[in-house]
Design a protein around this ligand. Structure first.
Ligand SMILES: NC(=O)c1ccc[n+]([C@@H]2O[C@H](COP(=O)([O-])OP(=O)(O)OC[C@H]3O[C@@H](n4cnc5c(N)ncnc54)[C@H](OP(=O)(O)O)[C@@H]3O)[C@@H](O)[C@H]2O)c1
Length: 361
């Protein structure tokens, strides 16, 4: 469009240079309409397409601090439903039983099991980049009809993506896979993967810096670790500004990792219990069969309840609808302190956790 100067020496479009009041009005209206449309398109794009860089630069928080998880109550042993929560050291609330998804294959298997879990009332889903099923978790959440803010989603950083830059990349990919714009909990999956064996401390320091920035930017509600032992925490805390809020470790009958548990309790780090059914091995243990008879519950229910009695947050996994329901039906009984001890003492009945400093992955 060509411009001309008017009598006040201002540049105006040639079309309205005739000074007719109507031409001015018509031009202003057209310009206003175009601007409005542009703003609308821009706003929609901003709303629906995550621009991580932009959000990071301007620190735009995405999640609502007062998320609507209902009936949140504090503390161990008082949880009474799947939506009752533990509270992390940062104040974030986390539903007391998580639904495990390791080995639930991406596609129908993962989508249908996560949807079934949400239908049964689970409000906490545990996935990981390494499980290859983040995409299915995202689809299941959308198709479930449960509001995103009512579900707690955890994912984990894969082992070959440690360090600051890699972590930022990996997080972006995880959010794309899930097709979500914030994560509830992000964990370092393993402290000392084989790729970083010579420099795991520096790699974790870089990763943690990225975690802290993503948390401060409002993209992750809580940050934590998995498979960490006290010496991994001590190394991390040399440079960390925020202490990990969660440690997800293998905790099941006979594998109680007492030194890690003591450390985490002392530092108010919530313990999540992975493989709470010993990856299925618990069903062969005779002592568990008699305990199941004694309480009139299944072995799986005894294991999940035992985790809660110990103050852990269990993450049972199943792809079988009846088992998914069964594993959540644990709020109508208690296990006596003596039996809690007996179960803890079944040393090695389901094997032991891998040593995080010698793993080959
Ligand atoms: N951070 C880590 O490094 C890490 C490591 C391992 C696991 N995890 C997390 O923890 C979750 C749980 O651990 P996990 O998957 O190792 O094993 P798990 O939950 O201890 O056991 C799962 C196995 O038990 C079977 N099962 C479940 N409920 C049952 C029931 N009521 N009766 C009979 N069998 C039942 C399942 O079979 P079906 O599925 O065929 O029903 C599956 O074979 C994982 O899915 C993952 O989210 C984290």
């Amino acid at each position: 469009m060509l411009f001309k100067k008017n009598k006040h020496q201002r540049l105006i479009p040639e079309k309205v240079a005739g000074n007719s009041c109507f031409s001015w009005l018509a031009f202003s209206y057209k310009y206003f309409a175009i601007t409005l449309t542009f703003n609308k398109i821009f706003a929609i794009r901003l709303q629906f397409h995550i621009d991580l860089e932009l959000r990071l630069r301007f620190m735009i928080p995405i999640y609502n601090q007062n998320n609507s998880l209902s009936n949140c109550r504090l503390g161990e042993n008082i949880v009474k439903t799947l939506t009752d929560c533990y509270e992390l050291s940062s104040g974030v609330k986390i539903p007391c039983i998580g639904f495990g998804t390791w080995q639930a294959k991406n596609g129908d298997m993962a989508v249908s099991s996560v949807k079934e879990a949400l239908k049964c009332g689970y409000r906490h889903i545990d996935t990981a980049a390494g499980y290859g099923n983040e995409e299915s978790v995202g689809i299941a959440v959308k198709e479930s009809g449960v509001a995103r803010e009512d579900i707690f989603i955890t994912s984990k950083l894969q082992n070959d993506m440690h360090g600051y830059e890699n972590t930022m990349e990996a997080f972006k990919q995880t959010m794309k896979n899930l097709d979500m714009d914030y994560l509830d909990l992000y964990l370092i999956h393993w402290p000392n993967p084989v790729k970083y064996r010579d420099q795991w401390q520096e790699a974790n320091a870089g990763t943690w810096k990225a975690f802290e920035e993503l948390h401060k930017a409002g993209l992750i509600r809580a940050i934590g670790v998995s498979n960490f032992q006290p010496h991994h925490f001590d190394a991390l805390m040399q440079t960390a500004a925020i202490q990990p809020m969660v440690n997800q470790i293998r905790l099941c009958p006979g594998d109680t990792q007492d030194n890690v548990v003591d450390y985490c309790r002392k530092h108010s780090i919530l313990l999540e219990a992975y493989s709470p059914l010993g990856v299925g091995r618990i069903f062969e243990v005779p002592q568990m069969q008699s305990l199941a008879q004694k309480y009139g519950k299944s072995i799986a229910q005894i294991c999940v309840r035992w985790s809660l009695e110990r103050g852990y947050l269990p993450l049972p996994k199943s792809i079988t609808p009846e088992r998914i329901r069964e594993n959540a039906d644990v709020f109508d009984f208690r296990i006596s302190p003596e039996d809690v001890q007996t179960i803890a003492g079944l040393k090695g009945c389901c094997g032991y956790s891998a040593d995080p400093d010698t793993i080959t992955w």
